[in-house]
Ligand binder design. Structure first.
Ligand code: ATP
Length: 303
């Protein structure tokens, strides 16, 4: 590709659109090849402008773009990277890392639950990534296995930053009394919502840690800790910390009490008393983990 091509603004014509990978509430995602570099495969998220305006999603798209742009500069392996954005008359386009392994939730459904060693490995990748996101002043606010993708090596990549709180938009959200951005993401799933958000409409870095606790539980048990017959019941279970480790699943193999204790220290109603990421990394479950050895943490399960 000539240097002129490299610097000009990209357009949909620079890509060969292959199969649809999925769609969300305001977007459809496609696998694409870069016409100028055949080996380059990306995922393009196409958001219809008319749909975004009609469904009042402008705020979410803007947050997603700004947050991904902010995170892309550091190139962390656990974040779906945003390479380019452009638009035409009809659509906005986000050119992203292609996560060929699909959603973590699909893998979990396929396997039923993860072994303790896989759970440990995935938990380390999540902790490393959430720590990085928080270090940039960003709260994800919608962490759940659907929002974690896998690349071709089986490494985790966090996606869906449409409801994130960033240093840029946080104050505005706090000022906005009538609007809780996270509340809108109750549509879909309520199972990872933190008690502080539910009870006092407050959201902090600790809310992501609550969600992480739910995800670790789900790795081991196959289902999230708080799941009622409807959202109200789920909320009641969260507010009363009503969850059960059902050891029946494990028949002869009992769940390691170290994991049970760790989750207990994460799923704490008071966010101030909840385990921090720094203390989590010192927990007995992670005794053998060298947090400074990024190659080891970021080894893929299919490598
Ligand atoms: P919503 O926006 O309603 O919360 P969503 O986040 O799932 O839903 P999208 O981001 O449009 O919506 O993603 C739609 C689907 O496309 C996802 O469920 C996922 O399976 C797939 N997908 C998204 N991004 C990628 C990617 N970078 N690589 C591979 N597949 C992806």
């Amino acid at each position: 590709m000539s240097s002129k091509n490299l610097t000009r603004k990209r357009s949909p014509h620079d890509f060969v659109f292959k199969q649809e990978l999925g769609h969300g509430s305001y977007s459809t995602v496609y696998k694409v090849f870069d016409k100028h570099s055949v080996n380059h495969v990306y995922a393009i998220k196409v958001c219809s402008k008319a749909h975004i305006i009609k469904e009042n999603k402008v705020k979410y798209v803007t947050i997603e773009k700004n947050t991904l742009n902010l995170l892309a500069r550091a190139c962390h392996p656990g974040i779906v990277r945003l390479y380019y954005t452009f638009h035409d008359e009809e659509n906005l386009y986000f050119v992203l890392d292609y996560a060929s392994g699909g959603e973590l939730l699909q893998l979990l459904h396929k396997m039923g639950r993860f072994s303790e060693s896989w759970s440990l490995h995935f938990s380390c990748q999540l902790i490393d990534t959430i720590e990085f996101i928080h270090s940039k002043g960003i709260i994800h606010r919608d962490l759940k296995p659907e929002n974690v993708l896998l690349n071709r090596f089986g490494r985790l990549m966090i996606t869906d930053f449409g409801t994130a709180a960033t240093p840029l938009n946080q104050q505005k959200q706090e000022d906005d009394q009538n609007e809780s951005p996270r509340c809108s993401s109750f549509v879909g799933t309520a199972e990872y919502v933190s008690p502080e958000l539910l009870l006092s409409n407050q959201c902090d870095f600790a809310s992501d840690i609550w969600a992480l606790g739910c995800i670790i539980f789900q790795f081991i048990m196959g289902v999230p800790p708080f799941r009622g017959k409807n959202e109200l019941q789920t909320f009641e279970k969260i507010a009363s910390l009503d969850y059960l480790w059902n050891n029946q699943h494990y028949s002869s193999n009992k769940i390691d009490p170290v994991i049970i204790k760790l989750v207990q220290k994460i799923l704490v109603l008071n966010p101030q008393e909840r385990l921090t990421l720094t203390n989590m990394k010192k927990d007995e479950w992670f005794d053998k983990v060298d947090w400074n050895n990024k190659d080891h943490i970021w080894r893929g399960i299919w490598q």
